[in-house]
Design a protein. Structure first.
Length: 455
């Protein structure tokens, strides 16, 4: 038999390389490649066309027995899930440490348990006393959640197998789990994958909704378990700035629903509170217009969210390299916008420090925010406030054109409902609201003329 080829697996992202390297070629983490011997080496000579069991086929419209969604009782969680937990499905919940994953799941677990459905919450990170302390603080101590501190997957599955099948099983976190059939320490790719596989199989066979908590690495992907993303049915991320109150629950993948709805929560003294109308949360709330501030009308699923973008430009006297710092937006996209403003509009940022912040800890990824960012930058540069109660939308191309965006008319109508009466964006959008004066701009240079040239 041929000698098995050596392979090395990155412990951060799971990518495989046939040569050891100090840095992973995929995720650029250092010292994460570890040798991995495949458990079985298949010979190509196996004949798989006989000796198997017959597979049963069913019609798509076969009546009856479709799993029904079970609401968690937290409306914002259900909204992000697309209507509730699907029995027999696996959900991966990722997020930075301390963002509130355990709090969210404990609250959901308590709600479900109070309705008389079985809930098992296994913590591999905290002792039961710690989880009970949190429950007491959240006023959930009376909920009949079955709580355990354990890390052995065999122990967990044996125990659950001998009791009434729960409706929900929470594993906090998958990186702390350990399977005795697999070599390696908890948190390695093979352990994480193996433990998740066993737990997911249990969930599918028994119609249990399974939630796995996954840690996130520096680059924002769920650590190690990037391999888990295709094993599970739903991938959710819990986002926000720890120093801010607001948290956003977003589905990145959902086999049973749309991925554009978000759940919005506020972290308070008594846990996470649901925010059912987030449209004005990410505005600073001041009345006086200020230079460097622009409002972008975002759409999250079916809900409008107005987001304030703040820019600050500091002129440097010396020849030091100017800093560019961004919170809540992509720094590559900022570099691109600055380059377009320089080359197409004649502005000069080369001796200026540029700071960009999205208010309230919100993260913007919509390309339609380009124009609002550009407006904030130009307004900061010129030290002139933008028109009061104005919103800005549009994607900016490298040629400096302002390009159409999805749901332009809807964004403007929603902004008008919230009291905004000026809109700026691509030429072909119909404001569709008598309360809104809309200016179509075709080039970024038009925007610069508006802000600097007018008056
Ligand atoms: P936690 O759920 O432990 O985060 P994760 O599981 O994602 O690591 O939440 C930890 C943070 O939440 C902690 O810094 C304190 C804060 N918090 C509150 O502000 N209020 C509360 O009622 C609770 C339980 C936590
Ligand atoms: Mg936790």
């Amino acid at each position: 038999m041929a000698k098995p080829k050596k392979r090395y697996v990155c412990q951060a992202c799971g990518s495989v390389s046939h040569r050891w390297q100090g840095q992973c070629a995929d995720c650029a983490e250092w010292n994460t490649l570890v040798e991995d011997v495949p458990a079985t080496v298949f010979s190509m000579k196996h004949d798989l066309s006989s000796g198997g069991r017959a597979v049963e086929f069913v019609d798509l419209d076969k009546p009856g027995a479709l799993p029904t969604r079970q609401p968690t009782g937290l409306a914002e969680f259900d909204r992000a899930l697309g209507g509730g937990l699907v029995p027999g499905s696996a959900i991966l919940l990722g997020g930075d440490p301390g963002i509130g994953k355990s709090t969210l799941l404990l609250q959901a677990a308590a709600k479900i348990a109070r309705e008389g459905r079985g809930v098992v919450y296994v913590s591999g990170e905290e002792a039961t006393a710690q989880v009970r302390m949190r429950a007491a603080r959240l006023g959930l101590s009376d909920a009949p959640v079955k709580l355990a501190a354990a890390t052995g997957v065999r122990d967990i599955l044996t125990t659950i197998g001998s009791m009434d099948t729960p409706a929900l099983l929470v594993i906090d976190s998958i990186q702390t789990m350990h399977s005795d059939t697999i070599e390696g320490a908890p948190g390695t790719v093979s352990q994480v994958r193996g433990c998740a596989f066993e737990l997911i199989r249990y969930a599918k066979e028994n119609g249990v909704a399974l939630v796995l908590v996954g840690h996130v690495t520096k680059d924002g992907s769920i650590a190690g378990p990037r391999v888990l993303e295709h094993m599970v049915d739903v991938v959710m991320s819990f986002e926000g700035e720890r120093s801010h109150q607001y948290r956003i629950l977003r589905a990145l993948k959902n086999r049973f629903g749309a991925v554009d709805e978000i759940g919005v929560f506020a972290m308070a003294g008594e846990g996470l509170e649901e925010v059912d109308n987030p449209s004005m949360l990410f505005l600073s709330g001041r009345d006086e217009p200020m230079a460097g501030s622009a409002v972008f009308p975002a759409i999250e699923g079916t809900r409008p969210v107005l987001v304030e973008i703040q820019a600050l430009i500091v002129r440097l006297q010396s020849g030091a390299t100017p800093r560019r710092a961004v919170v809540g937006w992509d720094s590559g996209r900022l570099a691109m916008l600055l380059a377009v403003l320089e080359s197409r509009c004649g502005l000069n940022f080369s001796s200026a420090e540029v700071y960009l912040n999205v208010a309230g800890g919100y993260r913007l990824s919509d390309p339609a925010a380009d124009l609002a960012v550009a407006a904030a930058l130009v307004s900061a540069m010129a030290d002139r406030p933008l028109p009061p109660r104005s919103v800005w939308l549009g994607e900016v191309s490298l040629a400096g054109e302002i390009r159409p965006v999805a749901h332009g008319g809807l964004r403007l109508r929603e902004a008008a409902k919230l009291g905004f009466d000026r809109g700026f964006g691509p030429a072909d959008v119909k404001a569709g609201s008598a309360a809104m004066t809309y200016d179509g701009l075709s080039q970024l240079a038009n925007l610069v003329d508006r802000i600097i040239g007018s008056s």
